[in-house]
Design a protein around this ligand. Structure first.
Ligand SMILES: [Zn+2]
Length: 389
C-alpha cells in the first residue's frame, strides 16, 4: 500500500484498535526508573511486531527496561530506521490518579503523547504498509528505547550502531501543534556542581562552619548570564538545593545546570565557560567543589538530505490535506544521535500533541490517522526514490 490516501482510509478503520492499544499501554506506568513497567509496554509492542513478521530481540539494560530491536528484511533497497521509546517522564503510581481518558477529540494520560500513541500509530501504519511491501525498501528496523527520557545514556551506542547501517531515520516523537515536524535540534547537556563544606551550629559555633550554599550561590547569576538566546544558547539552573536545617551552617549544596546550544561550536564554548565559573576556587578554602557533566545530546543539523525528506513529507501532507511546517527544536531526542552521524532524519512524526510532558499533555485523536499515513507514506516514497535518498 503506497498511496497515502489509501493508507489513511485503512488506518481510519484501524483507529478503534489504535486507541484500544494506546489505552492499554498508557495505563501501564512506565517511567524510566520503573523497568518492569517499561518491559510490560515493550511486551505489547513486541508481540504486535512479531505478528507483522519482524524478528524481535531484547537486550537487558542494567536497572532499566529492555532495549528492543525489531527488524523485517524485505529485499534490496533503503534501510529504514524507526526510533521509539517505551519510557515516560512519569513515576510509578501516576496512572492511579491520571489514567487514559478520551474526551471528544483529545486523549490524555501519562505518556499518551510522548510517545505511546506515536508508537502505536507507527505499528499500525507499518502493518498496513506490509500488506503489500513497498518496492525499494531493504529493511525496516524499529528500536524501542527504555531510557530516552533521561537522555538515553545506556542506549546511545546501540542507537548509533543501528544508525550507521541505516539510509534514513524516522523518529516518533509527537508532532507539534499545527503539524510541526522536526528537521533540526540543538545540543543538550547538563553540568552537576556539588559543594562540600563544614557543618556547625549557626548560633554557638558559626565560625567553625563553612557554608556550601554560600560557595555555590554566587555562581547562579554568573551561570545564567551565559544565556544568549539570539545565538540559541542557554544555561539554566534548574535545581539548586542544600542544607539540612535552618540553624545549621550547610555542609552540602548542589546545582544542576541545563545547557543548550544550537551547534557544536556553541556547545563547546558554553561548556568551557560554565566549567570555568563552576571551578573557581571558593572564598572559604574549607569548601571543596566537584564538577561533572557534559553535552549528552549532539546537535541535529538540518542537512540538504533532511530538507529533501521534509519536501517529500510536504507533498504527502498536501495529498492528505494535512498541515505541516518545519521546526528546529532546542530539545534533544534519540533522532539527534542518527542525525549527528549524517543520517537523513525527520522527527516529530507522531500524532499532534499539545503541552508535551505536562499534566495537560493531550493528543488530537483526529490527527492519528493522517500522521500515520504520513509516516507510512514517507517509507513508501523513499522506496520509490522520491526523496533522492
Ligand atoms: Zn519522547
Amino acid at each position: 500500500m503506497t498511496d497515502p490516501r489509501n493508507m489513511a482510509a485503512s488506518l481510519a478503520s484501524d483507529l478503534p484498535d489504535i486507541l484500544a492499544m494506546t489505552e492499554r499501554v498508557v495505563n501501564i506506568d512506565s517511567g524510566t526508573y520503573h523497568a518492569a513497567g517499561v518491559n510490560a509496554v515493550i511486551d505489547v509492542w513486541a508481540a504486535f511486531l512479531r505478528e507483522c513478521g519482524f524478528q524481535v530481540s531484547r537486550q537487558q539494560l542494567a536497572n532499566r527496561g529492555d532495549q528492543m530491536t525489531a527488524r523485517r528484511r524485505l529485499g534490496e533497497g533503503r534501510r529504514v530506521l524507526v526510533l521509539g521509546h517505551a519510557d515516560t517522564v512519569w513515576p510509578a503510581g501516576t496512572v492511579a490518579d491520571w489514567a487514559f481518558q478520551r474526551d471528544g477529540d483529545w486523549i490524555t494520560g501519562p505518556g499518551a503523547g510522548d510517545m505511546k500513541s506515536c508508537v502505536v500509530m507507527a505499528l499500525h501504519a507499518i502493518r498496513r504498509l506490509l500488506h503489500e511491501p513497498p518496492s525499494g525498501i531493504g529493511s525496516i528496523t524499529m528500536l524501542v528505547v527504555p531510557d530516552e527520557e533521561i537522555g538515553s545514556p545506556g542506549s546511545r551506542a546501540w542507537i548509533e550502531d543501528e544508525a550507521r547501517c541505516a539510509d534514513l531515520c524516522l523518529t516518533l516523537e509527537p508532532c507539534r501543534p499545527e503539524g510541526g515536524v522536526v528537521v533540526g535540534r540543538g545540543a543538550v547537556g547538563a553540568l552537576y556542581i556539588r559543594a562540600r563544606g563544614v557543618s556547625a551550629h549557626a548560633g554557638s559555633s558559626r565560625a567553625q562552619g563553612a557554608s556550601a550554599i554560600a560557595a555555590l550561590a554566587p555562581m547562579v547569576p554568573a551561570l545564567e548570564a551565559l544565556t544568549d538566546t539570539t545565538r540559541g544558547i542557554s544555561a539554566t539552573v534548574g535545581l539548586f538545593r542544600g542544607g539540612s536545617a535552618r540553624q545549621v551552617v550547610p555542609s552540602e549544596a548542589e546545582i544542576h545546570l541545563d545547557l543548550r546550544a544550537a551547534d557544536a561550536i556553541g556547545a563547546d564554548r558554553l561548556l568551557t565557560e560554565a566549567r570555568r565559573i563552576a571551578s573557581a576556587a571558593p572564598t572559604d578554602p574549607r569548601v571543596t567543589v566537584a564538577v561533572d557533566g557534559d553535552f549528552y545530546r549532539p546537535p541535529f543539523p538540518t542537512t540538504p538530505a533532511t530538507h529533501r525528506l521534509f519536501s517529500v513529507a510536504q507533498g504527502i501532507c498536501a495529498e492528505l490535506g494535512a498541515p505541516i511546517h518545519e521546526v528546529v527544536s532546542p530539545g534533544g531526542s534519540d533522532g539527534s544521535f542518527a542525525a549527528a552521524l549524517g543520517v537523513p532524519t525527520l522527527d516529530g512524526l507522531g500524532p499532534i500533541t499539545h503541552e508535551t510532558c505536562s499534566r495537560r499533555e493531550r493528543v488530537e485523536v483526529s490527527s492519528i490517522v493522517v500522521r500515520g499515513a504520513l509516516f507510512g507514506g514517507l517509507i513508501a516514497a523513499v522506496g520509490a526514490n522520491r526523496s533522492g535518498i
